[in-house]
Write a protein that binds this ligand. Structure first.
Ligand SMILES: Cc1ncc(C[n+]2csc(CCOP(=O)(O)OP(=O)(O)O)c2C)c(N)n1
Ligand code: SF4
Ligand SMILES: [Mg+2]
Length: 341
């Protein structure tokens, strides 16, 4: 175990840390989560992988009548080879840049068959969403294709060995942004970009808040048209974190304000779903080897960026409240009368 951490240049397990000291822990005994399991054990993810946890939660939300479309990414491996695969729903693997359009094509074929009871979920990484699959996603959203698109975001191209993507945050180490020149650009705001497409429903979610994620997927399932969920996940080798801190790290992403939980209906109505306790971001950064090189001045800059992003988010909530109801034609798929009720 020790050699393994040393080899990967990971922080060693610190025996003094007790998960109970986690300021942001909540009582897991009261979670309301569907019992049904559609993901078997024996999958091929790294231990503690947030992408595996996220898929398990997603299928609990959507149920067995779901087709999952997966482009090149860690999940193309995690499911395992047929007949030893881990998911109990149909899965189709598609080319890296085609998750959204492949899902839309499957949805169209189901519609021809009159099968409106089947949900089609595209499940792609940040590289396949923010960068390489973006044109296909943008097209599907603009056409209001009836799919749920979940981007599980581990903030780099992990499957090919941790290269930077446009979802990688400012200051992070990756193999293409080494510690002497870490990422200098901010993370792309993918939800904001899709909101500007006037998407019917967009939301953020995190594996540490499964009830929130499950509710958002169920909301998405109830809406016809394009829906997008941006799911933050922990990635142990990519973030350089010990396995046992997978959920703690995800909670800290939310509670420090780094990753706000919110949803946007009809491209205008923003709702913040969870008010963080705003734990100092240093707690989040110091848990991860990928930020170990940061100086106090860098951490200060990150603190200020969080404050600034939260001010913007709160203004968007306010703007959505003040704006009159959108006219017909302003939002994809909105029919006369929809907002009056
Ligand atoms: C067109 C194309 N370019 C590059 C690749 C190689 N490739 C496979 S998976 C992957 C990384 C995917 O990153 P991301 O979408 O973030 O998913 P993750 O691996 O992090 O789960 C890359 C670059 C490919 N399969 N196809
Ligand atoms: S590299 Fe990261 S996302 Fe990929 S299987 Fe491992 S923990 Fe999961
Ligand atoms: Mg990734």
């Amino acid at each position: 175990m020790c050699c393994r951490w040393a080899k990967k240049n990971l922080p060693r397990p610190s025996r003094g840390v007790d998960l109970a000291d986690n300021l942001v822990a909540y009582d897991a005994r009261n979670l309301q989560i569907p019992d049904r399991e559609l993901m078997r054990s024996g999958h091929l993810a790294c231990p503690g992988c947030g992408a595996a946890i996220g898929m398990r939660q997603a299928l609990k939300a959507l149920g067995p009548d779901t087709i999952v479309v997966i482009p090149a990414c860690c999940w193309a491996v995690i499911n395992g080879p047929y007949p030893y695969h881990s998911l109990e729903v149909p899965v189709i693997q598609v080319a890296f840049e085609t998750a959204a359009i492949s899902a839309a094509g499957i949805r169209a074929a189901l519609e021809i068959q009159g099968r409106n009871d089947v949900t089609v979920m595209a499940w792609a990484g940040d590289g396949g969403t923010f960068d390489i699959g973006f044109q296909s996603l943008s097209g599907a959203v603009e056409r209001n294709d009836d799919i749920i698109y979940v981007c599980y975001d581990n903030e780099a191209y992990m499957n090919t060995g941790i290269q930077r993507s446009s979802a990688t945050p400012y200051g992070a180490w990756t193999t293409t942004t080494p510690t002497d020149s870490p990422k200098a650009e901010p993370k792309k705001n993918i939800v904001e970009i899709l909101v500007e497409h006037r998407i019917q429903y967009a939301a953020t979610a995190c594996i540490s808040h499964p009830e929130d994620f499950i509710r958002k997927l169920q909301t998405a399932k109830s809406i016809r048209g394009a829906k997008f969920i941006h799911l933050w996940i922990s990635c142990l080798p990519g973030h350089k974190v010990e396995e046992r801190f997978s959920i703690k790290l995800a909670r800290l992403a939310v509670e420090t304000g780094v990753f706000p939980l919110y949803e946007v209906h009809s491209g205008t109505r923003y709702t913040i779903n969870h008010e963080p306790t705003f734990v100092d971001v240093a707690e989040y950064l110091k848990l991860q080897g990928r930020f170990r090189h940061l100086q106090e001045a860098d951490i200060d800059r990150i603190r200020h960026n969080i404050e600034w992003e939260w001010q913007r988010l709160r203004l968007k909530v306010e703007m959505g409240r003040r704006l009159p109801l959108p006219p017909v034609g302003a939002i994809a798929g909105v029919q006369p009368g929809r907002f009056e009720s």
